[in-house]
Ligand binder design. Structure first.
Ligand SMILES: [Zn+2]
Length: 262
């Protein structure tokens, strides 16, 4: 409640790839939304934990990553074997590891438009800020209907905006404006056969894009704070699962409305 984080901001405002919902974001802040941990999320956390140097602790806290039955009992489940292959691939590359070097999970706070903001940087060595992402594919593009164009995964999931905020808060704390990079490892594998062939890339988010995204964050964060302060009522998106779970019907709708914005 005290700080706006990038993920909290995205809950309110969404990204090009995922619609935001103010009602959902507020319910989450009140602790009313159950957080689900899906296997893809846990695979991402497994890779994160490795690079943070906390894999032993992570493995102890998540016994569900190990197979408990049959011949493979005690071994990592297939998804986490794949995660290990992804880590091994990245480990073999000098440039990738160079960009992943530095302090891990650096927490900083600052203010944007007078509103307290908190960030957690994956990796920072004083010369650059890096965020690690496990992705389905590094080259996949997504069609943004509103923009009439295809976007890469960094734009689609708002990693450019994340970079903009991290760069700004880091600057406020240190006086240094650093470049921001995404270190991406993909989950590509052969079909058939399911043999992992991860792609790795170090991606620079252009400073000019971050300038634009910071301006967008600056203007939208005001409403986020007003919503959190209870000054304005959150809007329901009527599309997300939270809105579906809490919808109260006020009568019948015309069947034409089924083909509306949704
Ligand atoms: Zn909603």
């Amino acid at each position: 409640m005290q700080y706006v984080s990038v993920s909290q901001y995205k809950d309110f405002n969404g990204t090009t790839g995922k619609l935001g919902c103010e009602a959902y974001a507020m319910a989450k802040l009140r602790g009313e939304v159950e957080e689900v941990s899906t296997t893809p999320l846990l695979v991402g956390s497994y890779v994160d934990a490795y690079f943070e140097g906390t894999l032993p602790t992570f493995s102890a806290q998540h016994p569900e990553i190990f197979s408990s039955r049959g011949k493979t009992a005690g071994e990592l489940k297939a998804e986490y074997k794949q995660a290990s292959a992804m880590i091994d691939r990245a480990e073999k590359d000098k440039v990738f590891m160079q960009y992943m070097a530095g302090d891990k999970q650096v927490i900083m706070t600052g203010e944007i438009n007078g509103i307290p903001v908190k960030i957690k940087i994956d990796s920072c060595d004083g010369k650059r800020i890096t965020d690690l992402k496990t992705v389905k594919s590094v080259t996949e593009t997504f069609y943004a209907k509103d923009l009439g164009q295809r976007l890469n995964f960094c734009e689609w999931w708002g990693y450019d905006l994340q970079g903009a905020v991290y760069r700004e808060i880091y600057r406020q704390n240190t006086g240094k404006l650093l470049p921001f990079y995404i270190c991406a490892i993909s989950k590509d594998k052969t079909s058939p056969g399911n043999i992992p062939h991860p792609r790795i890339k170090v991606i620079e988010i252009p400073p000019m894009v971050m300038d634009e995204k910071l301006a967008e964050f600056q203007s939208n964060i005001i409403k986020v704070q007003r919503l959190k302060d209870g000054e304005i009522e959150p809007l329901r998106c009527e599309v997300c699962d939270y809105c579906a779970d809490t919808e109260v019907l006020d009568g019948p709708i015309s069947m034409d409305m089924l083909m509306g914005e949704i």
